[in-house]
Design a protein around this ligand. Structure first.
Ligand code: SF4
Ligand code: SF4
Length: 172
């Protein structure tokens, strides 16, 4: 028996009694570090107004050009945020995002944070562009709306509904 085999066996025996470092995902999930940066969440104040004031600072700070915003003016009839403006459209392209957290750091109102959600797989690339309606939270870090936002392309929407209901799996 060569010395290398003895060395290998010694390492095996040394580690036999140790607790495994792997987990049985998805049944078991690893606890994430507190500063883990996952999916973006847009927050509201407790009174329901959106924290985002459509200032574009997050989009300007983003090194991956992953944030697309269209701002609009608040009016007395339609008040969405406490500021002059609000984000009418707020999209984050998670295919471009490198989860650096610069958008969170740049935001003057604490409107955007990167939370612990990391299950971000999708069947279609366009589903990786998260819209404001999918990411709005009430209060800081509270409730999240996970409502599906369908695209205007009816054919793809139909495919998505089939996948969501599980019917399409039987054909595969
Ligand atoms: S985490 Fe970084 S890359 Fe992703 S949207 Fe924010 S600034 Fe851009
Ligand atoms: S999320 Fe923050 S930085 Fe980005 S547009 Fe809204 S208020 Fe400005």
């Amino acid at each position: 028996m060569s010395f290398d085999i003895i060395k290998g066996m010694a390492t095996t025996f040394k580690n036999m009694g140790k607790k495994p470092t792997t987990v049985s995902y998805p049944e078991e999930e690893r606890e994430l570090p507190p500063r883990f940066r996952g999916r973006h969440v847009l927050h509201r104040y407790e009174n329901g107004l959106e924290r985002c004031v459509g200032c574009f600072l997050c989009a300007g700070a983003c090194p991956a050009n992953a944030i697309y915003i269209e701002a609009d003016e608040n009016s007395e009839e339609t008040r969405v945020s406490p500021g002059e403006r609000y984000a009418k459209v707020f999209d984050v392209n998670l295919l471009r995002c490198i989860f650096c957290g610069y958008c969170q750091a740049a935001c003057p109102t604490g409107a955007i944070t990167l939370e612990h959600e990391y299950k971000l797989a999708a069947f279609y690339p366009e589903d990786m562009v998260y819209h404001k309606e999918q990411a709005a939270a009430v209060g800081l870090g509270d409730l999240r709306s996970e409502e599906e936002v369908l695209l205007t392309n009816e054919e793809q929407d139909e495919d998505r509904r089939k996948l969501a209901s599980g019917k399409d799996w039987q054909k595969r």
